[in-house]
Design a protein around this ligand. Structure first.
Ligand SMILES: NC(=O)c1ccc[n+]([C@@H]2O[C@H](COP(=O)([O-])OP(=O)(O)OC[C@H]3O[C@@H](n4cnc5c(N)ncnc54)[C@H](O)[C@@H]3O)[C@@H](O)[C@H]2O)c1
Ligand SMILES: O=C(O)C[C@H](O)C(=O)O
Length: 312
C-alpha cells in the first residue's frame, strides 16, 4: 500500500512517522512546497527504521506529484496552523487555496485515492477538497472526531484514574466550539460514564474538550501535532487494512440527522472503500438541538468559502 502525506510540517511529519513505524503502508511519500524539508524528514524517519525495526520506505519530495502517483490514500495536512488569539475559521482564506490546489494535483496523479483532510478549518476544508476532487463523498473525509474524542477520553481517564484504553466515546458535529460530545454514549469498561462521575465534573471535561485545541495553541504558540498526526494515521490504517473501524469522521451529510449538504463529524464505518456506512444515532431532543447549532455554524463558514469562490 502506498500512502502520500501532503505537508511535511508538524502534523504531516508525525503522521508519516506513525505510518512508517507501525508499518501501516509499504511506502510513504511525504510532500511539501518548502525545498528539502520533506526530503529531510523522510530521510530522518527512514534512518530510525533500524532502531525501531520497520520496513516502510519513506520518500520525501518537493512539490513533485509524479512521485505520489497511484497512492491508495492521501492525507492533506498542508496549510497554516493557527496562532494564539486566532480561531480555526480565521485560516480559511489561506488554507482553502492550498487545499484546493493540492487536491487537484492528488486527483490527477492518484485518481483512485481516498483523501483524508486534516487542514483547518477542518469541516470546510473537507468541503473544499470534496468539491474540487469530484469524488464520491465516501472517499473525501476529514479527521477531527478521533482527535476530539481522544482528548475527551484522555481527560476522563485522568479524572477517573483508569486506563484510557477502557473509555469508549462518540462525538458529533463540527471541529470547533460547537462540537457535540455525547455523555449518553460514553462508557468506561462498559459502564455508563454517568454512573462514575458527577455531572459537574463531566461538564467541565466536556468544556475542556471543546477548547482542547485552543488550550494547546495557548501553551505552544502553534497547534497540536502528536495526537492529530496519530489520529490521521489511525484513519489510514482502518482503510488500508480494511478494518471496518467505527470512528467519528467529517463527511458530507445527505439527509442523515435531518441535515443535507453540510460537512460534519458523525460516526461511520471506515474500511477499504473509505466510508462504508454513516451511522445515524437516535439522538434525544437536546443532542439534536446541539447538532443543529453545529450545523448552522459550519454552514456559515461554508458560505464564506462559497463567497470567496464567487468573488463576492
Ligand atoms: N483536523 C485537526 O484536528 C487538526 C489538528 C491539528 C492541526 N490541524 C491543521 O493542520 C494544518 C497543518 O498543521 P501543522 O501544525 O502541521 O502546520 P505546519 O506549519 O507545521 O505545517 C504545514 C506545512 O504545510 C506546508 N505547505 C503549505 N502550503 C503547501 C502546499 N501548497 N503544498 C504542500 N505543502 C504546503 C508548509 O510548508 C508546512 O511545512 C493546519 O491547518 C492546522 O490547523 C488540524
Ligand atoms: O486547534 C487547532 O487549531 C488545531 C486542531 O484543530 C486541534 O484541535 O488541535
Amino acid at each position: 500500500m502506498k500512502v502520500t502525506v501532503v505537508g511535511a510540517g508538524n502534523v504531516g511529519a508525525t503522521c508519516a512517522d506513525v505510518l512508517a513505524y507501525r508499518e501501516i503502508a509499504n511506502e510513504v511519500v511525504l510532500l511539501d512546497i518548502k525545498e528539502g524539508v520533506a526530503e529531510g524528514k523522510a530521510l530522518d524517519i527512514w534512518q530510525k527504521s533500524p532502531i525501531n525495526l520497520y520496513d516502510t520506505r519513506t520518500v520525501g519530495v518537493t512539490n513533485d506529484y509524479a512521485r505520489t502517483a497511484n497512492s491508495d490514500v492521501v492525507v492533506i495536512t498542508s496549510g497554516l496552523p493557527r496562532k494564539p488569539g486566532m480561531t480555526r475559521d480565521d485560516l480559511i482564506s489561506t488554507n482553502a487555496g492550498i487545499v484546493q490546489s493540492v487536491t487537484q494535483n492528488i486527483v490527477q496523479h492518484s485518481p483512485n485515492a481516498i483523501i483524508i483532510v486534516v487542514s483547518n478549518p477542518l469541516d470546510v476544508m473537507t468541503y473544499a477538497a470534496h468539491i474540487t476532487s469530484k469524488l464520491p463523498r465516501s472517499k473525501v473525509i476529514g479527521m477531527a472526531g478521533i482527535l476530539d474524542t481522544a482528548r475527551y477520553r484522555a481527560f476522563l481517564a485522568e479524572a477517573l484514574d483508569v486506563s484510557p484504553k477502557d473509555i469508549q466515546a462518540v462525538l458529533l458535529g463540527g471541529h470547533g466550539d460547537t462540537m457535540v460530545p455525547l455523555p449518553r454514549y460514553t462508557t468506561v469498561g462498559g459502564i455508563p460514564v454517568t454512573e462514575l462521575i458527577e455531572e459537574e465534573a463531566l461538564n467541565a471535561i466536556i468544556e475542556r474538550t471543546k477548547n482542547g485545541g485552543g488550550e494547546l495553541v495557548k501553551l505552544m504558540g502553534t497547534s497540536a501535532w502528536y495526537a492529530p498526526g496519530s489520529a490521521a494515521a489511525q484513519m489510514v490504517e482502518a482503510i488500508v487494512r480494511d478494518q471496518k473501524r467505527v470512528f467519528p469522521v467529517c463527511i458530507k451529510l445527505e439527509g442523515e440527522y435531518g441535515i443535507d449538504g453540510t460537512y460534519l463529524g458523525v460516526p461511520v464505518v471506515l474500511g477499504k472503500n473509505g466510508v462504508e456506512k454513516v451511522i445515524e444515532l437516535k439522538l434525544n431532543d437536546q443532542e439534536m438541538e446541539l447538532l443543529h447549532l453545529s450545523d448552522k455554524h459550519v454552514k456559515e463558514v461554508m458560505a464564506v468559502l462559497d463567497n470567496m469562490q464567487s468573488g463576492s
